[in-house]
Design a protein around this ligand. Structure first.
Ligand code: XMP
Ligand code: MG
Length: 179
């Protein structure tokens, strides 16, 4: 008998990645960030809502001095991208001359980042890199340099570990895929 299915609203999901597998992948990203940003005091910009859990686990592993701010965007309805990004809560910190690391839950089509990056670049940071928990390479529609990816996944809708299906599932420590 396989592991139990879960139900969120009208949909069944099956286990896909365990909390332990996720933690191992985050360890690897943290090792690289700690080496690359040693002595640089970066500004982490966490993209809410989905990025909250990855950001928490990743930033606890960051050993240098850093600052952390939050922005909020939304582009999804149900399980399909609307293709539009609405900026809900903007960035107020001065990013000029800073080493920025954007923290995202998942890069799917890339629409969100394609919208955010020019806005951030206009404020003349010293550098901008992207850290994402998940990346769906088959779904990407833009040319993006994704330096810190924890896990590449197929083009399936996933929930858990910060990701939601119409508001539910963000609290799950494991990741699930539509059954
Ligand atoms: P784009 O297409 O802009 O997508 O790269 C980024 C945002 O879309 C959401 N997203 C998902 N949410 N399961 C989810 O729960 C998924 O499989 C998924 N794929 C994309 C997410 O909010 C992400 O920040
Ligand atoms: Mg979402």
């Amino acid at each position: 008998m396989g592991p139990a299915l879960i139900t969120l609203h009208d949909k069944a999901f099956r286990p896909y990645l365990s909390a332990a597998e996720i933690a191992t992948a985050i360890d690897q990203v943290a090792l690289r960030l700690n080496a690359d940003y040693a002595g640089r005091q970066p500004l982490f910009v966490v993209v809410l809502t989905g990025g909250f859990m990855f950001a928490t686990d990743l930033l606890k592993r960051f050993t240098g001095n850093c600052e952390i701010v939050f922005i909020r965007v939304a582009s999804y309805e149900g399980t399909g991208s609307t293709g539009q990004v609405q900026e809900i809560m903007g960035l107020r910190e001065d990013v000029q001359g800073r080493d920025i690391i954007l923290i995202e839950d998942i890069v799917d089509t890339g629409t969100t980042l394609n919208h955010l990056l020019p806005t951030l670049r206009a404020n003349k940071p010293a550098s901008i890199e992207i850290a994402a928990m998940f990346f769906k390479p088959a779904s990407l529609r833009y040319r993006l340099d994704l330096k810190y990816i924890a896990l590449e996944i197929p083009n399936d809708f996933v929930v858990g570990y910060g990701l939601d299906y119409d508001g539910l599932g963000r609290n799950l420590p494991d990741v699930y895929v539509a059954a």
